[in-house]
Write a protein that binds this ligand. Sequence first.
Ligand code: ARG
Length: 289
Amino acid sequence: RAHPTDPAATAAVREEPALTRDATPRRYLMCAPAHFEVTYSINPWMDPSKPVDLPLANTQWEDLRDRYRALGHTVELLVPRPDLPDMVFAANGATVIDGRVLGALFAYPERFAEAGAHREWFRANGFTEIHEPAHVNEGEGDFAVTASYLLAGRGFRSSPLSHDEAQEFFGRPVIGLDLVDPRYYHLDTALCVLDDAADEIMYYPGAFSPGSRSVLARLFPDALLAEEADAAMLGLNAVSDGRHVLLPQAAVGLLDPLRDRGFEPVPMDLGELLKGGGSVKCCTQELRA
Ligand code: ARG
């Protein structure tokens, strides 16, 4: 029997080294929920008769912002406007790749003015290539960036015509995906990019049409497939820096599958913002240099 300090013995009992993942520093744009409210309903999560605990919403949002900073990321801030209660969902205001900004055009009048607030921020912060869109697109709500593609949701918010517009502006192949379940009205409620350097994603198949499911299976055969119970907690509304995956804490079924792939899940409580139909990703727009 080998002595316990014998390197051969140690090697035999040591667990297989976990796949290591590298985080890359990110720059995010967020907007505090200072005026968050559910006064209208434009998705099935929103019930104006359910009160929102505003101080709690703010604390939860601050935890998210602080967590990004603690992980070494940069968080830029938009000034919240009292007339725009959904402005906290900053992901919807634009899509930025290679420093080029595709502005948003919102589907509902309640959110129209957010697009201008975003464009103003970009102009004031040194972005020069800003495209004002002709067709409805709700920013990163419906656009997801992988290494090879721009995945683009349609069916509830963004117009299919916005897909061509985005492809032309960014010069990246757009893959149109049909969303069919109103609970998953934005692409980012049903799909999350885990590693944007390697086309690795997780998604909930039930949110997509049969044809779109086949497209996803063909392009991402190794994707992590989420169960309905986790999708229903908006578990796919997550943000990954390549290593840490910040996700709604109720989506407990995603924790082990993420760990098995070498990711470090970071559960967050954004329960008050869920009343508006959004969570981690909705609150976070990524500014890709
Ligand atoms: N209440 C907002 C809406 O319905 C929520 C937006 C959530 N954002 C997102 N990226 N899915 O427009």
